[in-house]
Design a protein around this ligand. Structure first.
Ligand code: SAM
Length: 286
């Protein structure tokens, strides 16, 4: 296989297949030769493991994953890339490409059908226009996966990796931390991509937890509280919640005080355990 980070190789693929990058599909392909091996190594691509990739581009990361893992299944929406991938990945017999929109796929079924007996992780250089929906879809569906190692925009990485209970946190920070432990692995400059985007990027790793989940009713209340309170994050918790809930303010104050939460705090000051206690106390009324 030719070196897919070499500009001349890329140019010849573009010319031969008449390919042009689609901005709408977030097509910024990696051309820095150091990055894909690092993502593969830090993202659980290893013997015995299966990797689900989202968005192949020319197959640069796919190839590094396939060198290390037992099997790679990659979901790619852009049909124009299929003949290119036939060429760039022809050395590998452990790669399967699914030509589909990742948001419309039955990921649980793909994992069950394709990765029997393997530990499964997700690795990707995500299309930036749907970073959060993809991450939330992977987390909310209770999938049998160990980790999600993804390249995202630097600002998204900061938000996702912020400490819950800090000013930098947001609804997505809380949601991700409910399901998983998350950390930033390394930064990637915009010059590592072709075409170069307007922002820098970072690779983050999300390790799914199997503990700390709430029962369904309390979990629904937890996510409603997060949604309501972060929608008006500059307001006090009392005001942001009472604006959305059909509950007497005095009653809400009593409930908050009964679990030692000051009604005048802002949601961004609460940690995960306080938000969980809030869900337990409010599930009957929210
Ligand atoms: N992995 C390649 C790399 O690192 O060079 C390409 C990464 S590029 C940032 C994102 C890829 O995701 C593109 O190939 C794009 O066509 C694909 N993509 C965009 N939206 C998608 C979707 N909804 N489902 C599946 N793939 C998608």
């Amino acid at each position: 296989m030719e070196n897919l980070t070499n500009i001349n190789v890329i140019k010849s693929i573009l010319e031969k297949h008449g390919f042009s990058f689609s901005k709408g599909l977030g097509q910024n392909f990696l051309i820095n030769p150091d990055i894909c091996p690092k993502i593969a190594e830090m993202g659980n691509a290893a013997p015995g493991n299966g990797i689900l990739e989202i968005g192949t581009g020319f197959g640069t990361l796919t190839a590094e994953l396939a060198k290390r893992a037992d099997k790679v299944v990659a979901i790619e929406i852009d049909t124009r890339l299929l003949p290119i991938l036939d060429e760039t990945l022809c050395d590998f017999n452990n790669v399967k490409i699914i030509n589909d929109d990742v948001m419309k796929c039955d990921i649980k079924k793909i994992i069950t059908d394709e990765f029997a007996g393997m530990d499964v992780s997700v690795c990707a250089n995500l299309p930036y226009y749907i970073t959060s929906p993809i991450i939330m879809m992977l987390l909310e569906n209770n999938l049998p996966i160990k980790s999600i190692t993804v390249m995202v925009q630097k600002e998204a990485a900061q938000r996702l990796c912020a400490k819950v209970g800090s000013r930098e946190s947001g609804a997505i920070t809380v949601a991700v931390n409910y399901y998983a432990d998350v950390k930033k692995l390394f930064s990637v400059s915009r010059g590592s991509f072709m075409p170069a985007p307007n922002v820098d990027s970072a690779v983050i790793r999300i390790d799914l937890k199997d503990t700390g989940k709430l029962d369904k009713e309390t979990e629904d209340a937890f996510f409603k509280i997060v949604k309501y309170a972060f929608a008006q994050r500059r307001k006090t918790l009392l005001n942001s919640l009472s604006a959305k809930m059909n509950i007497d303010k005095d009653k809400l104050v009593t409930i908050l005080e009964s679990i030692n939460i000051n009604p005048s705090v802002r949601v961004e000051q609460l940690d995960i355990n306080q938000l969980k206690s809030l869900a337990v106390s409010l599930k009957a009324v929210i």
